[in-house]
Design a protein around this ligand. Structure first.
Ligand code: FAD
Length: 323
């Protein structure tokens, strides 16, 4: 069985981050899964049990005084050391800004190769293969590694695998990164999200709006449809630039990349930079008044028409079905 190691991120209050379950699902699907948890204080007691519920056979609890004081170096040191200990064939990290830096440094230290924003990783008979989506999803690129392990950041999808629970073995240790060149963290300010909607990055359903919404007030229609579906709200860059929504909602090349089960595009033309962030959604629905809008090239279901007429009817219909 291939040895698959992944970095299990934690939140500021010591719980497992919501990036962990999808990474654990990928790791357990590929081989024997090991997780590295890097914390400053002793890890939260529930973490081992939770990783066991996710099917992770081997849990490495690594403490470092540098967590919260040095950017990424404690995580890199912990992952590199664990990867050597378990002879990892594949190292998986969440596809976040920090995750990409951790993965890159890890790949160099292990003499492996880096693939960022993988939409799939598989291990056949030979070396591991990572798939990335290129040119707005027009091409699927498969990369493999000669030599060291494959280190990949993995795009999160909304898929729910059914994990097979195990009783993990636990290895505890410390890492010391004193003397390493590192970016020092002076202060951390947590941004509290007050929205009751799901987080865009891991949502199973996303409703996004574009310039076609015309104004911040009218963008509220996107939020109403998202709430009817229990979905997260996304946006095109044009909608963000126009001030309809904050930049954190932007989907695409310079925003977030997502692979939800359902992606609804309202008044979005489907520029290649937008498609780059959502093309791997399992089902794409587009509503656009222009029958030639490129979004229809990748939509599974499309409605040509005025969204201000259509969307309220769709919301009513969803409410009727739910009732
Ligand atoms: P438009 O292209 O203007 O499309 C609006 C759509 O709304 C049209 O198709 C129109 O037919 C439709 N419409 C209008 N009124 C109605 C109505 N009443 N009912 C129904 N439909 C209606 N874009 C991103 O989204 N994400 C990115 O991350 C991103 N990164 C970029 C990076 C670079 C380097 C560059 C150069 C560009 C990037 N862009 C990105 C911008 C991208 O090229 C497009 O400009 C942008 O996606 C267009 O947004 P839009 O579809 O909302 O607007």
């Amino acid at each position: 069985m291939p040895s698959i190691l992944f970095l299990a991120d934690t939140t500021s209050d010591g719980q497992l981050s919501d990036t962990v379950a999808p990474l654990a699902a990928t790791a357990t699907r590929l081989g024997t899964a090991s997780a590295v948890v890097v914390t400053r204080a002793p890890a939260h007691p529930e973490i081992v049990a939770e990783l066991g519920r996710l099917g992770v056979a081997d849990v490495r609890l690594i403490q470092s005084d540098a967590v919260g004081e040095r950017l990424t170096t404690p995580q890199v040191a912990a992952v590199v050391s664990a990867a050597r200990e378990v002879s990892a064939d594949v190292v998986l990290v969440a596809n976040s800004i920090a995750g990409r830096e951790i993965a890159a440094r890890t790949a160099i230290r292990l003499g492996g190769a880096l693939v960022v924003d993988a939409v799939d990783v598989r291990v056949d008979a030979g070396p591991a293969v990572a798939t990335t989506s290129a040119f707005g999803g027009a091409f699927a690129v498969e990369s493999t590694v000669e030599g060291g392990p494959l280190v990949a950041t993995v795009r999160r999808d909304g898929a729910d695998d059914d994990p097979v629970p195990v009783e993990p073995t636990v290895v505890a240790g410390t890492v010391d990164v004193d003397g390493e060149a590192a970016t020092v963290i002076d202060a951390m300010h947590e941004v509290v999200q007050t929205s009751s909607r799901p987080d865009l990055r891991g949502a199973a359903r996303v409703v996004s709006g574009g310039r076609g919404l015309q104004s911040k007030d009218r963008f509220e229609l996107v939020e109403r449809m998202a709430d009817a579906l229990g979905a997260a709200v996304g946006a095109s860059r044009a909608a963000v630039d126009a001030g309809f929504v904050p930049q954190s909602s932007q989907v695409g090349q310079t925003g977030v990349t997502i692979s939800p089960d359902l992606y609804v595009a309202l008044g979005i033309s489907g520029a290649i930079q937008h498609k780059a962030g959502m093309q791997t959604a399992k089902t794409i629905v587009a509503i656009n008044s222009d029958p030639d809008a490129p979004i229809f090239d990748i939509a599974d279901f499309g409605i040509v028409g005025d969204l201000f007429t259509i969307v309220p009817q769709v919301i009513d219909e969803i409410a009727a079905v739910r009732a």
